[in-house]
Write a protein that binds this ligand. Structure first.
Ligand code: FES
Length: 119
């Protein structure tokens, strides 16, 4: 609902943070996030967020995504509204993203996707 006094104002976000995991799998055998534990990372993130009581409106949403077109940096996940991209390696990285960023709003600098890496 727009603010009638300020029709250009952005409405409040339904979620405080929204993380998308690329789960894309390529059947031709070429590189894709699914070949690097993306499903396991998604499942782990979702269960950690739920266990921490962070899931739901006004809090955190964990979503599957198709190819995010940054395959060269994969596996990747992106957190909005900050638009922070992560390239993770293992499940301890997911634990750190949940604890630091999703829970406490602190970006995990060491896992940031290099800005020049795209497809
Ligand atoms: S396959 Fe994951 S970003 Fe393209």
């Amino acid at each position: 609902m727009n603010d009638p006094k300020n029709p250009q104002a952005t409405p409040p976000s339904y979620y405080q943070r929204h993380i998308f995991f690329c789960l894309n799998e390529r059947s031709d055998g070429s590189e894709c996030c699914a070949r690097h534990q993306a499903q396991e990372a998604f499942d782990r993130c979702k269960s950690l967020v739920k266990a921490a009581g962070l899931a739901g409106p006004g809090q955190v949403r964990v979503n599957k995504a198709g190819c995010l077109d940054r395959c060269a940096a994969g596996p990747v996940a992106v957190v909005y509204p900050e638009a922070v991209w992560y390239s993770y390696v293992d499940m301890s990285d997911i634990d750190e993203i949940v604890e630091s960023h999703l829970k406490n709003g602190r970006v995990v600098e060491r896992l940031l996707t290099p800005p020049h890496l795209g497809r």
